[in-house]
Write a protein that binds this ligand. Structure first.
Ligand code: ADP
Length: 396
């Protein structure tokens, strides 16, 4: 039996048909620029790729084509459940939830916390409910893994009323990936997850680090929103909270404009003046581009600081895990990061580090080092597994 995993973005829909037990993927694809004339759908199945124009099509139109493809492959009746990635579950969801009208309302209540992401998830859930009436649907949250953070890690030192009335606290994101790679790392280290204190670094377009103790998140670098913490492709990461007021006064920019710039015009893009893409950044830095070099250096410096701060949460560290597009592919970032952390007992094995490329994770540290590993993340498989797990539980 297959689980259909859906990841709905503000104008995109990523999907994959996955066997929760093995992670085998049968059909996958991406609908992009939904709502615009240029909307399109890519379907990958059995080594073949098809592309369809959607001409302003919505989630519903994309879902209809996915359904058609399932019919063509004779797989519609084999889909037993749908698992949705939902970015923000607030304090309400500490685990995946079988979707009921009440759960959908609670996801709606989290919209102020994730005004771009949660409406997209809701649109994706509604489109899937219409396309697959009667099929169980499950919401798997990016935040729920971090609901185990202790109060010292999740509270900000701000007026209590902000916390009580408006939910101003640290939530953390990328939880699906941090949880998945921590489990995989335990397998690679051949030790029970319950005995391990791991630091996981998810480095993609968004970046965060997480302290995972016995399989539970005890701290992470992202906070109320996915803007806190590390430097990212277009996001600033940490800035002085006084920046907003200062900049509004001296530049006349509104709060909305400042927030948009911190999310979309900052990070590697701002520092390099060139690109938000790490691969391009590394190529430009190698050619001597000064801004690209600075962006890469600041990224690594702040990443190493983030990793060191996770060590404080753990007390004892048993391993460091790199994942995400940058973590899995950039030997340069990994080497530079380890070079800043000798006090954690980290020593690089240069040839293992160069050999670890996407699709082939593994150890990158010297024999006498604290273990450092590359683990390929698979959020879709994690969502399929969590979906199967909760439905089995619900079924009794
Ligand atoms: P998302 O967070 O959107 O899922 P990914 O996890 O795919 O994105 O990560 C995208 C990032 O990974 C980009 O900055 C990209 O440049 C970087 N990346 C991918 N391949 C490489 C590579 N070979 N070397 C350096 N960076 C890479």
């Amino acid at each position: 039996m297959w689980t259909l995993v859906l990841n709905s973005g503000s104008s995109s829909l990523k999907f994959a048909l996955i066997d929760p037990a093995s992670g085998e993927t049968h059909l996958s694809g991406l609908a992009e620029r939904l709502g615009a004339e240029a909307a399109s759908l890519r379907l990958d199945s059995g080594g073949k790729r098809q592309t369809h124009a959607l001409h302003g099509g919505s989630y519903a139109e994309a879902m209809r084509l996915v359904l058609n493809e399932l019919d063509t492959l004779g797989l519609r009746s084999e889909v037993w459940a749908i698992g949705h990635r939902v970015v923000h579950g607030g304090s309400r969801f500490s685990s995946p939830a079988s979707i009921t009208p009440e759960v959908l309302d609670a996801i709606r209540e989290c919209v102020p916390l994730a005004p771009l992401h949660n409406p997209a998830s809701i649109a994706g859930i509604e489109a899937a409910m219409n396309a697959f009436p009667g099929l169980p649907q499950v919401a798997v949250f990016d935040t729920s893994f971090h609901q185990t953070l202790p109060e010292v890690a999740y509270r900000y030192a701000v007026p209590e009323e902000w916390f009580r009335q408006h939910g101003v606290r640290r939530y953390g994101f990328h939880g699906i990936s941090h949880a998945f790679v921590a489990g995989e790392a335990a397998r690679m280290l051949d030790r029970p997850l319950a005995d391990l204190n791991l630091i996981t670094a998810h480095l993609g377009n968004g970046c965060s680090v997480c302290a995972v103790s016995a399989g539970r998140s005890v701290d992470t670098s992202m906070g109320l929103t996915p803007l806190e913490g590390l430097v990212m492709g277009t996001r600033s990461g940490n800035v002085d909270p006084g920046l907003h007021d200062y900049l509004a006064r001296v530049s006349g920019l509104t709060l909305t404009q400042i927030t948009a710039a911190l999310n979309r015009e900052s990070g590697f893009l701002a520092l390099s003046g060139l690109t938000n893409d790490m691969r391009e950044l590394e190529e430009a830095a190698a050619r001597g581009h000064v801004g690209a070099r600075l962006a890469a250096d600041i990224f690594v410096y702040r990443l190493a600081q983030g990793i060191a701060s996770m060590a404080v949460a753990l007390g004892r560290v048993d391993g460091l895990v790199f994942t995400g597009g940058i973590g899995e592919n950039s030997a340069t970032v990994r080497a530079a990061t380890l070079a800043r952390l000798p006090f954690l007992g980290l020593k690089l094995d240069e040839s293992a580090n160069s050999a670890a490329v996407r699709g082939q994770g593994g150890p990158i540290s010297a024999p006498d080092s604290l273990p450092a590993l590359v683990v390929n993340t698979n959020e879709e498989w994690m969502i399929a597994r969590e979906t199967a797990e909760i439905l089995t539980k619900v079924a009794g």
